[in-house]
Design a protein around this ligand. Structure first.
Ligand SMILES: CC(C)[C@H](C(=O)O)[C@@H](O)C(=O)O
Ligand code: SF4
Length: 782
């Protein structure tokens, strides 16, 4: 950890937080980072705890670890909740919750269970408790960990193998990401929310726009936002492909944190504040990408398709594939329109809905609920809307909302008031859409099948979702007739034709991320993979450490036909849908691989195989997947995606680019993702795949050969340490444990310099067998 005084060149906020967490740096520029805060939930932790158990390891810092349940739990009233066994009806969901309960007991981890008011969505709970603090590193086996960056922390999602790595070592192996700044210049117009802002940003830069970068959101519009609004923005940084989103901590941040149960107190608070005040981007610091967006260009925004980048101003219309010449884009628009049941050129405001979902880690906080309640007050849900769900992000938010009478407002309008959880954001619990139902949703992902098989999700702000529930179709919130004129935002609507046209155009052509001067896209891609240290002497000592429970397979050469897949933005929800995440094992997932693409109901309602490539011989036996489109494996951090691919027999995936977390997770499981330029894939590899010819991937040589031994790809990039681990089947936890001296040294410095971080989750007052919060009503201002 370099002392701040040793670093003279101007640094970004991200550089500063990163520098202060370096435990060890390898010559190649890869780092071991200390993790201050680790959040744990039931879906991505069972296999990690099991790994610890098998290897005889313990949780290194229980005080830095906090667990809760959120994804699987029913959100119906808990008045009858006596125990999990009778309350959670679905066997696999119950098993996952009970497994976490056993694990937190066995390993001594602080836990908020279903009888505790502090239970809730993990990304709501961390900030609410003051567990998330500025300048910290925060991880969780969940992609929306980016939420916590709103506090000026470096927060990112990790896979289950990394969860195990952090539990065992309190560190993570990371490369330095690129610095990207998105400045929102000027003031947001009245009635425009942070959700409109972030959907607009993703609509402009695209879901791969932030790949390999940490985005700092800056500018007047951001500075004027509340902490809750800032969290909604950083929450969705992952949907722009970024590793993390960050916002400089300021007085609004400090006000929010002060007095929370786990926030530092007294002299430690003062010490913390003086450190936190140093966390800003220095004048003249270098950004690899610098994007400026005018706040006045942002109007209410919703999505129309199956990717968060399919965002449009509400004044727009459903895109027309006839306007696109690029065949991949055209096909993907056609596919989304057919899935979403949309006709080109229909004005968005004319689309009617079946259901409303107000909740999720993006928009389930008290301000979101207030915003929705203002819209709903004095109105009734449209008769055509079958169900409108309101799901608070935590038990404490629920209580707070009830104290303000928000529950009554929702109920009077015919909306359903629920208990805290992820609910219909993902539908791992009983809250799902029926096939072909259209939903106005405040969540963050509109992927195929996410809210239920064949579900149709449109993302928007809480006010817009509530208004759609009242009117029965999408509305421009600026035109909505609030029952109480006091609630009505004072806005004038002058749709700016050229701006709307520009955004409508972005649908067809997302702005390519501007590359730094002198940098080629190959160089940028190469930088992205420097996530791991190079081969070093410590690696050779690993046999003395217990082998990893994953039983990492060695990977040297692979000869196989390659299954051709002509799609872009294949998200991990599509690779392995939510219903298959309920396992507590790493194996047995092949049946769920690409489930909604591989299986469909026939006329008599039986599930039958489709003509999807992996169902079609000889590709049922392919060990290579050859993908033409960008961003394979984007979205969720579920390591179930590489587990399912591997279980099916796939050992390598070739694509132009990959989702960051998926890329990382693949290496941990003996699966080799290879980045090859789209041009080479389309011209050379894809045609051979279609022709059922064998390819040979040679990892030691980093080459790809054709069926007659001819060189097809003379060199592909793979970071040396990753290659070393893959070729030798090595477990990187063991390797990190060899750096114990460095970890201890860091912890010594941390205890004095960052003493305000000590205590952590151990400061939680246990509430045994009671639903009462120990913090009294007054303290529950948050
Ligand atoms: C279950 C979890 C791995 C997943 C994520 O990483 O995001 C989930 O929260 C989601 O939103 O899809
Ligand atoms: S995105 Fe949805 S499923 Fe994932 S953590 Fe947030 S609320 Fe839960």
């Amino acid at each position: 950890m370099p002392a701040i005084s040793e670093i003279s060149s101007p640094r970004t906020l991200y550089d500063k937080v990163f520098d202060d967490h370096v435990v060890h740096k390898d010559e190649s520029g890869s780092y071991l980072l200390y993790i201050d805060r680790h959040l744990v939930h039931e879906v991505t932790s069972p296999q990690a705890f099991e790994g610890l158990r098998t290897a005889g390891r313990k949780v290194r810092r229980t005080d830095c670890t906090l667990a809760t349940v959120d994804h699987n739990i029913p959100t119906v009233s808990r008045k009858t909740l006596k125990n999990i066994d009778t309350f959670i009806k679905e066997d696999d969901s119950r098993l996952q919750v009970k497994t976490l309960e056993q694990n937190v007991k066995d390993f001594g981890v602080t836990y908020f269970g279903m009888t505790d008011d502090r239970q809730g969505i993990v990304h709501v709970v961390g900030p609410e408790q003051g567990f998330t603090l500025p300048g910290t590193t925060v991880v969780c086996g969940d992609s929306h960990t980016s939420t916590h960056g709103a506090f000026g922390s470096l927060a990112f999602g990790i896979g289950t193998s990394e969860v195990e790595h952090v539990l065992a070592t309190q560190t993570i192996i990371q490369a330095k990401s690129k610095n990207m700044r998105i400045t929102i210049e000027g003031k947001l117009s009245p009635g425009i929310t942070s959700k409109d802002l972030v959907l607009h940003v993703i609509g402009v830069i695209g879901t791969a726009g932030g790949t390999g970068s940490v985005i700092e959101f800056a500018g007047q519009a951001i500075e004027e936002l509340s902490m809750e609004a800032r969290m909604s923005i950083c929450n969705m940084a992952i949907e722009a492909g970024a590793r993390a989103g960050m916002i400089r901590p300021d007085n609004i941040t400090l006000e929010y944190i002060k007095g929370r149960p786990l926030a530092p107190k007294g002299a430690e608070w003062e010490k913390a504040v003086s450190y936190w005040n140093s966390l800003y981007t220095d004048e003249g610091a270098h950004f690899d990408y610098d994007i400026v967006i005018k706040a006045s260009d942002i109007i209410p925004t919703i999505t129309w398709g199956n990717s968060p980048q399919d965002a449009l101003p509400i004044t727009g219309k459903v895109p027309d594939p006839a306007d696109v010449s690029d065949p991949i884009k055209k096909a993907s628009i056609e596919r989304a329109l057919s899935y979403m049941g949309l006709t080109p050129n229909t004005p968005l405001k004319e689309l009617s809905i079946d259901k409303v979902f107000i909740g999720s880690c993006t928009n389930s906080r008290i301000e979101d609920l207030r915003e929705a309640a203002r819209v709903v007050r004095g109105h009734k849900k449209a008769a055509t809307v079958k169900h409108a769900l309101v799901v608070p992000g935590s038990g404490l938010i629920k209580k707070r909302a009830e104290a303000e009478g928000l529950d009554k407002i929702f109920q009077a309008a015919g909306f359903d008031w629920r208990e805290a959880g992820c609910s219909m954001c993902l539908g791992m619990n009983p809250d799902i859409l029926d096939p072909e139902e259209r939903c106005a949703s405040t969540s963050n992902r509109n992927f195929e099948g996410r809210q239920g098989a064949l579900s149709r999700t449109h993302l928007m702000s809480p006010a817009m979702a509530a208004a759609a529930g009242i009117m029965g179709h999408f509305v421009d919130i600026r035109e909505f007739p609030y029952a109480d004129p006091v609630d009505q935002p004072k806005v004038t609507i002058e749709p700016n034709a050229s701006e709307s046209a520009a955004l409508q155009k972005a649908i067809y052509d997302h702005e390519k991320t501007p590359l730094a001067p002198g940098e080629t896209s190959e160089e940028a891609a190469e930088d992205e993979i420097n996530d791991i240290p190079p081969e070093d002497h410590t690696a050779k000592e690993t046999p003395s450490e217990p082998a990893g429970p994953t039983g990492m397979d060695e990977f040297t050469t692979l000869t196989s036909i390659a299954a051709p897949l002509d799609r872009a933005n294949v998200d991990t929800d599509a690779i392995i849908p939510k219903q298959f995440l309920k396992t507590i094992k790493r194996t047995g997932l092949s049946a769920g691989l690409f489930y909604e693409w591989r299986f469909a109901k026939d006329a008599s309602g039986n599930m039958v195989k489709t003509d999807f490539v992996l169902n079609t011989p000889p590709f049922t036996k392919s060990q290579i997947l050859c993908v033409t489109g960008d961003n394979f494996g984007c979205g969720s951090s579920r390591e179930h995606a590489p587990w399912a691919l591997k279980d099916f027999g796939i050992r390598s995936i070739i694509a132009p680019s990959f989702g960051d977390i998926f890329y990382n997770n693949s290496f941990k499981n003996g699966l080799l993702p290879i980045r090859i330029s789209q041009d080479v894939i389309e011209k050379v590899l894809y045609p051979l795949a279609v022709a059922q010819k064998e390819l040979t991937i040679d990892l030691p040589q980093q080459k790809i050969f054709g069926p007659d031994g001819e060189v097809l790809v003379d060199h592909f990039d793979v970071e040396p340490f990753r290659k070393h681990c893959l070729v030798n089947g090595l477990d990187d936890i063991g390797i990190t444990m060899q750096k114990e001296d460095f970890i201890q040294k860091y912890e010594d410095v941390r205890r004095s310099k960052f003493s305000f971080l000590e205590g952590g989750s151990k400061l939680i007052v246990p509430v045994k067998g009671t639903k009462k919060s120990p913090y009294g009503n007054k303290a529950q201002e948050w």
